[in-house]
Ligand binder design. Structure first.
Ligand code: ZN
Length: 334
């Protein structure tokens, strides 16, 4: 547990988070720098509140080069009718705003990876200060948390919503119920390879219902994946009882990540040749990618094989790959 003697957060909200109505404002974080001695990082926030009721915290741009969440949330912040809301919807379309504004995964200010910076530090780097504000000021308000991700510039996914496999099975079931309500084409029972410092873990440790997504990737967004994000956000609000009406339910196929064997990491540098496309079935041992040496001709490509059977849920996106890069992720249909 973190000490209760932490310094106050340097972040201030320019709006009253407890006021009824629709408010558009900023989370303002002082950031003194060459081009602005008394400058600030200004993170857009919208609060839509209509009396007592549950609170949903909706976020995108945790990584700055993932776009379905920000597109859906800037749209929702502008269009959600306060009269249709019971309770509160807090929308932060771009959590790591400096990264989002630069179009990069991590912050250009401190290289902070937001989803490895939790629970944050009020006296830390810019990224750690933002994380700390979410941990101590925003997450405690929330009953349900939806954090949008996609593959960014280096990964591409079959579009899925996900919740984590948790020790607390009642909490886990609440997470999976919210994932089902989201109604992405795919739903993932997610295993993390690197859960330390994640927003997800911080929210889950506070007992929150937490839903995340991976809705595509490549550092862009597609019409299909944006539509999934918009429908999913509304469905989560309906599921939480914040917005009325029936869930716009679509059939979803559940995927599991039973072990670390789901991940295939490159051991060679070169040019990746994907041998199967996203969503295609693979068998154990199947060749899923080849890595061609680019420095000379006449060299046999290195092989990446599936360590288990399932379907290709994610793949490396850029044409060039390095040792240690995630080449592919296999999901196992439940
Ligand atoms: Zn991400």
């Amino acid at each position: 547990m973190r000490s209760t003697t932490l310094a106050p957060s340097p972040v201030t909200a320019t709006i009253d988070l407890d006021k009824d109505g629709v408010q558009h404002g900023f989370l303002r974080l002082p950031y003194s720098r060459d081009d602005s001695a008394w400058g600030s990082v200004m993170i857009p926030i919208t609060v839509i509140r209509n009396g007592k009721g549950p609170t949903a915290l909706l976020t995108g741009g945790n990584h700055g080069d993932e776009y379905e969440g920000p597109i859906a949330l800037f749209d929702l912040a502008r269009t959600l009718d306060v009269g249709s809301v019971t309770g509160t919807v807090i929308i932060v379309p771009a959590m790591n705003y400096p990264a989002f504004a630069a179009g990069t995964r991590t912050s250009p200010i401190d290289k902070g990876n937001m989803n490895r910076s939790y629970p944050g530090q009020p006296d830390g780097t810019v990224t750690q200060k933002i994380a700390d504000y979410f941990t101590r000021a925003l997450l405690p308000r929330a009953d349900i948390v939806l954090d949008f991700h996609s593959g960014g510039k280096t990964l591409d996914f079959v579009p899925f919503a996900a919740a984590h496999i948790l020790k607390d099975k009642a909490q886990e079931a609440r997470g999976f119920a919210a994932v089902k309500a989201f109604s992405a084409p795919w739903s993932m029972r997610m295993l993390e390879i690197d859960a330390v410092g994640m927003y997800d873990t911080t929210a889950e440790d506070m007992g929150k219902v937490f839903v995340t997504t991976e809705l595509g990737g490549g550092g862009t967004a597609r019409a299909e994946t944006v539509a999934i994000a918009k429908r999913g956000a509304m469905n989560v609000l309906r599921h939480a009882g914040i917005v009325g009406g029936a869930i716009d339910a679509l059939e979803t196929r559940w995927l599991d990540m039973p072990s670390g064997d789901c991940f295939a990491f490159a051991e060679d540098a070169g040019m990746i040749e994907t041998m199967v496309d996203l969503g295609e079935n693979v068998t154990k041992g199947q060749l899923i990618a080849r890595i061609h040496a680019i420095g000379r001709t006449g060299v046999a490509p290195a092989e990446v094989r599936a360590k288990l059977g399932g379907l290709l849920a994610a793949r490396h996106f850029p044409g060039l790959i390095k040792p240690g890069d995630c080449a592919a992720v296999i999901g196992v249909e439940v």
